[in-house]
Write a protein that binds this ligand. Structure first.
Ligand SMILES: [Zn+2]
Length: 350
């Protein structure tokens, strides 16, 4: 790509830029293929997040950055070559290796000699092919390791300090809109379904968190339906600080109503986060069904404080009807965001 892509353009390249930015969590309201004001705003926000020249125009530099940002760890084999490979997947690899005590050097997303050395050392220690190529097997070995296994508590403490220092303004929040693709989740007799509703809440929540200064990514694109482990892995790969999964509750008894949040039992931070979100949601006048420990894969396999939110029962006709009210969806998103903000504020004063 050599040409500049800018406001007013209408092309396949514009659509490509839009879908990549959306997958990275940036909101774009312009119609597909058309580079309107909303696309310009998303490009500017992206440029700001990447600390590159902010002009709202996609030139070669911005395009390269968008491509680099689109790589998730596990998407491709990583190894030392010239010119070096670049991408956010390499930055996640470096962060993971550094956290485990293998010195991968600066977490700059460039696969250089230090990263090569660290990959080889990691492969040697864990008995996977010592060829310096970070491929499928190495990836599985690395992702199978939990940072809370015995011996890494120092790392956990360090993570916590890092989080306390940064607050929500620099936090990476991964939002997981439940279901998706062919899986519509629970469906009401009025035709409302869980997948669309979760998506609508998730996009509003992303907006709200971004306005508080957080970086936001989704676990999936709109037509996708990855399984829970895959969603957890995607959050781990971007080193998220907080993970929020959005679902709706359901029950055979249509009078069941209210709001619940879930966390992984044993995760103090997850429990705190769940309680903060619960407190804010209840203030919307929803019945308090409390926070509960659960071992859903999205909660168990994520390495950061993780909460699954079920703001209402889709099987309750009164509550389901409220889902058709966009303002209600926004107020649910605002309440969740307020809970996340409160969680970070409390971490700072602790
Ligand atoms: Zn669900």
């Amino acid at each position: 790509m050599t040409d500049l892509i800018r406001e007013g353009d209408r092309s396949k390249e514009v659509a490509d830029v839009q879908s990549r930015l959306r997958a990275l969590g940036y909101k774009i309201e312009d119609e597909g293929w058309f580079f309107g004001p909303s696309t310009t705003a998303a490009v500017r926000a992206f440029q700001q997040d990447r600390s590159i020249l902010v002009d709202g125009i996609v030139g070669p530099d911005t395009w390269n950055q968008i491509v680099e940002a689109s790589w998730y760890l596990g998407d491709r084999d990583l190894y030392l070559k010239h010119p070096p490979m670049r991408g956010d997947d390499i930055a996640s690899l470096q962060a993971r290796l550094n956290a485990l005590g293998f010195d991968a050097g600066k977490e700059d997303g460039i696969f250089g000699v230090a990263t090569d050395r660290a990959v080889r050392a990691f492969q040697k220690e864990y008995g996977v092919a010592g060829d310096g190529i970070f491929g499928l097997v190495s990836h599985a070995a690395l992702m199978g390791l939990r940072v809370d296994r015995p011996g890494t508590s120092a790392h956990l403490r360090e993570e916590l300090r890092r989080m306390e220092k940064r607050g929500i303004a620099a936090a990476m929040v991964v939002i997981d809109p439940g279901h998706g693709g062919d899986d519509r989740g629970a469906v009401t007799s009025r035709g409302t379904n869980e997948a669309d509703t979760c998506w609508a809440i998730a996009t509003r929540l992303a907006d709200r968190l971004a306005s508080l200064g957080a970086k936001v990514r989704f676990t999936r694109t709109e037509p996708e339906a990855p399984d829970m482990s895959e969603r957890a892995m995607r959050a781990n790969e971007v080193d998220a600080d907080v993970f929020l999964s959005i679902h709706l509750n359901e029950h055979a008894e249509p009078t069941a109503e209210g709001t619940s949040t879930y966390y992984f039992g044993g995760s103090r931070a997850g429990e705190n986060l769940a309680e903060q979100i619960q407190e804010q949601l209840v203030q919307l006048g929803l019945r308090d069904c409390r926070s509960h420990a659960r071992s859903y894969p999205v909660l168990r396999e994520t390495r950061m404080p993780a909460v699954l939110v079920e703001p209402i029962f889709i099987t309750n006709p009164d509550e389901a009807k409220r889902l058709e009210d966009h303002e209600f969806l926004s107020s649910v998103a605002d309440a969740i965001a307020a809970g996340v903000r409160r969680f970070f504020e409390l971490a700072e004063t602790r």
